[in-house]
Design a protein around this ligand. Structure first.
Ligand code: HEC
Ligand code: HEC
Length: 508
């Protein structure tokens, strides 16, 4: 038995490795160019790349846990200078539609940035326009001019790609600078839209494709996400009519009533100055993030005439609203202890915290909202979720991280199978064989976080019976397997101190 399992796992491992070796999805030259620019430290004076604020290891958002744990705003190339928002994911941003006003729904939709201000109106792609901002932004990469950016690319090792893509080397002729600079945005947009960034390789994608099973806790979380908790009203979780994978955002804007993040370094930016001597944030502590309303206020009257709406009303109605972010990779982190920040100002430091906020904003004591106008009280604030339901929703969101490896569980199961399962702490289930239910008993020497999961013989997780902290002493739990087929199953008990797996047999 053990040998067979081992061979099965070996087979899957080899299959997996050979996929990698044969080269995954190759990038086009345009995507390759965009990638080189994205990771290049094009900045003045310090070295700073897009990836320094949007790193793949953190799901294309901020890669420094110490920063995420506080203000969650990343410093610019000039070290004293800070902007005012948390970097959102640069992945799955390319699918945002060009910013528009939906007259039927009476809603603004699309664009890039938390406030939608990279509209896409000039290049036809919000993410391409977005990409042109940071290089010249004095609180980000702070380059002196478009020409200065082009010169750094022209002298880079990857400059040859420019010629491959556009037929000619970069032109530094002043007459060409605007067109050449726009091409940087198009290249980055192509990379951000590539299969290397928008991977669609999460466990949830595998589940939608019928290639993975959600655990019972994850499936419960999904049910709540789409039902009782109403998350999918703004973060759609279903595939599109043509099977397009869901993006977990409808690209609209909302004010959730998120409190101020008092650690936002922008509040101190009244004492840090731009080259022309003006303070970065003249308002200091009294600054309030205006969100979409702030961007609308900068648009000329002609836009509002075209939309046939009153500008002042539109500005007021959208004050404090931020774009619905994708939830893809929302839990992507290099290790479990790595802290990520959530919301436009990074107020929340864990998924548990933000879900608890959605659930209890209006029934527990929370700090006042940053903007008290336009707070959505219809879809959140008092969801009536139990603690277990909140945990299940978090468990579901953890299935949205790219790079899911369906073979990983199989490997870990075999390794444990080779250990001697004589430890008394996890008892043999009874009855065994069973139909359709059985009891699993274990003994905890100390209070502990515990998970108890069921796997089939291929090592695929088929159910989570427990994911809780439990007191010390004996515990037992019943597994009702009416929906499962006959065969051998493994049950695995895991605590931070030990892991143990045993076999059982369902006979129908
Ligand atoms: C100093 C940190 C920093 C650097 C460097 C940086 N960004 Fe950002 N990025 C941010 C912040 C903060 C926001 C949100 C700003 C806002 O909404 O006003 C953002 C927003 C974005 C978005 C919008 C995502 C969405 O869904 O709306 C994309 C895409 C993005 N950045 C890509 C890039 C690219 C490409 C570069 C390099 C050219 C880059 N960023 C450089 C911090 C940074
Ligand atoms: C009414 C629309 C709406 C609903 C319903 C909604 N969200 Fe959101 N969600 C948003 C908006 C808008 C933001 C960004 C708000 C901000 O930063 O000010 C957001 C942010 C988030 C974030 C932070 C992501 C990041 O990258 O910072 C998470 C996580 C999240 N939502 C999960 C959920 C879950 C779970 C539910 C259901 C319990 C839910 N949302 C329901 C609109 C919604």
């Amino acid at each position: 038995m053990r040998l067979t399992l081992y061979l099965i796992v070996l087979f899957f491992t080899i299959l997996f490795l050979s996929n990698v070796a044969s080269g995954q999805n190759g990038l086009t030259s345009l995507e390759e160019l965009g990638k080189a620019i994205y990771f290049d430290k094009i900045a003045d004076p310090d070295r700073m790349a897009c990836a320094d604020c949007h790193h793949p290891r953190a799901g294309f958002t901020g890669p420094i846990p110490g920063v995420n744990n506080k203000g969650s705003v990343y410093r610019g190339a000039v070290p004293q200078r800070f902007g005012n928002r948390k970097p959102p994911s640069a992945a799955y941003a390319t699918d945002s539609p060009v910013f528009y006003y939906d007259t039927d729904e009476e809603l603004f939709i699309g664009g890039n940035f938390w406030d939608g201000r990279a509209t896409g109106w000039s290049l036809g792609a919000p993410a391409a326009e977005q990409a042109l901002g940071p290089f010249l932004n004095p609180v980000e990469q702070n380059n002196a001019s478009k020409l200065a950016v082009l010169e750094q690319i022209a002298s880079s090792k990857y400059a040859y790609l420019w010629e491959i893509v556009w037929g000619l080397p970069i032109s530094l002729d002043p007459a060409d600078v605007d067109t050449e600079y726009d091409r940087i945005g198009l290249a980055i947009n192509a990379f951000e839209g590539s299969s290397e960034v928008n991977q669609y390789s999460s466990k949830y994608d595998a589940y939608l494709a019928g290639q993975a099973a959600l655990t019972s806790q994850e499936a419960w979380g999904l049910e709540l996400f789409e039902g009782k908790a109403q998350c999918s009203a703004c973060h759609p979780s279903e595939a599109g009519p043509l099977g397009e994978p869901p993006l977990f955002t409808d690209f609209t804007f909302d004010n959730l009533g998120i409190p101020k993040n008092p650690l936002n370094p922008y509040y101190d930016m009244d004492e840090v100055f731009l080259d022309d001597g003006t303070p970065i944030n003249p308002l200091g502590d009294s600054w309030i993030d205006p969100g979409l309303g702030g961007f609308l206020a900068t648009l000329p009257a002609s836009n509002f005439e075209q939309w046939e709406i009153d500008k002042t009303t539109a500005v007021n109605d959208n004050y404090g609203k931020h774009k619905v972010p994708t939830l893809r990779n929302v839990d992507k982190r290099p290790d479990v202890d790595f802290i990520k920040a959530y919301g436009h100002n990074g107020f929340f430091k864990s998924l548990e915290a933000i879900v608890h906020f959605y659930n209890t904003r209006d029934v527990e004591i929370w700090p006042a909202p940053e903007v008290s106008d336009n707070v959505n009280t219809e879809e959140l604030g008092d969801l009536g979720l139990t603690a277990e339901e909140e945990t299940a929703i978090v468990a579901f969101m953890k299935t949205l991280s790219d790079g899911y490896d369906p073979t990983a569980d199989k490997q870990s199961v075999t390794m444990e199978m080779t250990l001697d399962a004589s430890d008394f702490r996890l008892a043999q289930n009874y009855p065994n064989p069973f139909n359709p239910q059985t009891t699993i008993t274990f003994d905890l020497p100390a209070p502990s976080e515990v998970t108890l999961k069921i796997y089939n013989v291929l090592g695929e997780e088929v159910a989570t019976l427990l994911s809780n902290s439990l007191p010390s002493g004996p515990h037992s739990i019943v597994w009702v397997a009416s929906n499962y087929t006959s065969g051998v199953y493994l049950y695995k008990l895991e605590t931070p101190e030990f892991v143990q797996t045993r076999k059982m047999m369902l006979m129908k």
